[in-house]
Write a protein that binds this ligand. Structure first.
Ligand SMILES: [Zn+2]
Ligand SMILES: [Zn+2]
Length: 298
């Protein structure tokens, strides 16, 4: 038997009428197949990432495809490491990605969302020198370790900052804009939100940055792709340039640590050398002062 493992990422916005039962069903199937990872379920859909033996993952995918609402579900897969996740978490949530949108702002991506374009199409846009702007919908620490050349950083600390970005990119309302994120799920609502806020020409990258990188390794995207498991980053070629910079010393690194202010604990790029020798590294002076005074400043 092969010991190779595979990691899959998948999502779908689709009405789930009995999410509680679906949580139990998913947990049962994952446990039976020995899969680890994280699945979030809400009445609006499912969002998951799992690792398991390659044949068990194939079995999971085949099972999901037998469920009518997930018949065509797209599983984005990568080679596993065998220890990408410590445990299995299957949770019931109100949203499959926490957006920070109010009830009035929230939307159904099946109704309101940016036009999906495939990596091929984006490649054409880039090669033809088309006029458009890429807005990266990921968090600032994800952007720091890798991003599309000339893309705009939304500078979100967390995706719950989404409501704030419309004002930030006000100047792009009449421009052609493309939203990007890791494997696509955040763009479903982020691009829809921009449309709702009056952005006129909004697209989203189908399958996300990971799918683009897989198809065009080492091209157009600089650095590495941040991923939410113990791999921390994902690469699709050895020929790439590290663009991440240590928060403390500025040297090139892809190593993540955390802000030393316990109330913050935000992920930061911290090189091996600084991690070993520095007493504490903070996001900024506010966090350093916070750590010294012990008073929460947020
Ligand atoms: Zn350093
Ligand atoms: Zn901090």
């Amino acid at each position: 038997m092969s010991t190779a493992t595979t990691i899959i990422i998948f999502y779908k916005y689709v009405q789930i009428s009995d999410p509680k039962t679906f949580v139990a069903l998913q947990r049962e199937m994952c446990e039976k197949l020995g899969l680890l990872g994280r699945i979030l379920i809400a009445t609006e859909g499912i969002n998951g990432t799992l690792e398991g033996a390659t044949e068990s993952i194939a079995e999971y995918e085949a099972w999901m495809h037998t469920l009518p609402e997930f018949a065509g579900l797209w599983f984005k897969s990568s080679p596993g490491t065998g220890d990408a996740f410590k445990k299995l978490v299957v949770k019931l949530r109100t949203e499959i990605v926490a957006t920070g949108l109010s009830k009035e702002q929230d939307l159904d991506p099946n109704v309101t969302t940016g036009k999906h374009i495939d990596p091929d199409e984006l490649k054409r846009w880039i090669e033809n020198g088309e006029e458009f702007e890429i807005i990266d919908m990921r968090n600032d620490y994800e952007y720091a370790v890798g991003h599309f050349a000339n893309s705009k950083n939304s500078t979100m600390a967390n995706f719950r900052d989404l409501p704030k970005i419309a004002a930030k990119f006000e100047g792009l309302k009449k421009k052609k804009v493309l939203t990007v994120c890791t494997y696509g799920v955040r763009c479903e609502k982020a691009s829809g939100f921009l449309k709702q806020e009056g952005f006129e020409d909004v697209y989203q990258l189908n399958g996300g940055i990971g799918t683009y990188m897989k198809q065009f390794p080492g091209e157009d995207f600089l650095g590495s792709l941040y991923v939410f498991d113990r791999r921390m980053t994902e690469q699709f070629t050895d020929k790439y340039m590290v663009i991440g910079e240590c928060t403390a010393c500025g040297s090139k690194t892809e190593r993540f640590g955390n802000c030393a202010w316990h109330e913050c604990h935000k992920q930061l790029l911290i090189c091996f050398n600084c991690a070993k020798h520095a007493k504490g590294i903070w996001c900024n002076d506010d966090c350093m002062v916070g750590a010294a005074s012990g008073v929460p400043i947020r």
